[in-house]
Design a protein around this ligand. Sequence first.
Ligand code: NAP
Length: 307
Amino acid sequence: MGQAWGFGRYGGPEVQEFFDRPDPAPGRGEVLIRVAAAGVNPLDHLLRSGLVDGLDGGRPFPRVLGMEAAGTVLARGEDVSGLEVGDAVFGFALTGGGTYAETTVLSAPNTARIPEGLSPTVAATLPVAGTTAVDALDQLGLPAGATVLVNGVGGGVGLAVARLAIGRELRVVGTGSTAKREYAEAIGVRFIDYTAEDVAAAARELVPGGFDGIVDLVGGTSLRTVAPLARHPREVIAVGDVTVPDLGGRLVERRIDRENLERSARLALDGVLAPVVTAVHPLSDAPAALATVETGHAPGKVVIEVA
Ligand SMILES: NC(=O)c1ccc[n+]([C@@H]2O[C@H](COP(=O)([O-])OP(=O)(O)OC[C@H]3O[C@@H](n4cnc5c(N)ncnc54)[C@H](OP(=O)(O)O)[C@@H]3O)[C@@H](O)[C@H]2O)c1
């Protein structure tokens, strides 16, 4: 039995609640873990709102929030390979376990061991933001010296993309609101404040020939403003806006398997990937953690530390 934080029906923050739940039994291909840390993502409140029903396994209410976690394996279901009881691991809770909790189940093929030297708090941010950053930049496949625009650079995925791009010796320009400038410039990004500047004009001044690639984390009209700044429409990769093919661009192709998680962890250990963690909350403070992300303007990654 452990404490968990979730929702009893679809809705806004008012449907959220703490409750006790028995440790979930790991099914085939799952491991039960004691959660050390859980990453907080925009998808979490979208699932609570019922806007993307089905992604969390369609389990009965109350459902526990959270898609990603790091922790220690307590038990294995059938058909689990490469993970043992006692291992420190990180990965995805795909089948509805929810990770804002003292214990949860992770999908074993989408879970990897945490390498020595990497904290569970950082590892908990890698399944969603870390691997998304890797996938977006892999898909662009830009050589060293190329220029990339990261639209929405100050968020969880944006700062991870920027760090990784700089690690690959790309020149990075990023957009965000005023408060994001310090985070972006601290890692070497040329920053455009979309609340104070004309983004297209400022970007053209910085990179007159157009960008070799664009990674968009914002979508909507903001995506439509920046997409024409790419030298070729195909080099626009959107992470959230599914309408990007209408502009000639591509939606990120996600790889959430163990191999990509292990690769992300190695890159984090090398100091070229780890998403920037800007706030750590205890589980009792989970409402504040998700409220920060739900504003749509959280800086970097917000993490809930459980144990
Ligand atoms: N496909 C996938 O597997 C996948 C994986 C991860 C995330 N996503 C999606 O990708 C999106 C980003 O995720 P995230 O975790 O990075 O979210 P996040 O942490 O909330 O970051 C979004 C950032 O965009 C900034 N922003 C908002 N409006 C902007 C604008 N007009 N111009 C520039 N920046 C703007 C926000 O702050 P400021 O406005 O204050 O700068 C914020 O820092 C979300 O929609 C998420 O659901 C998809």
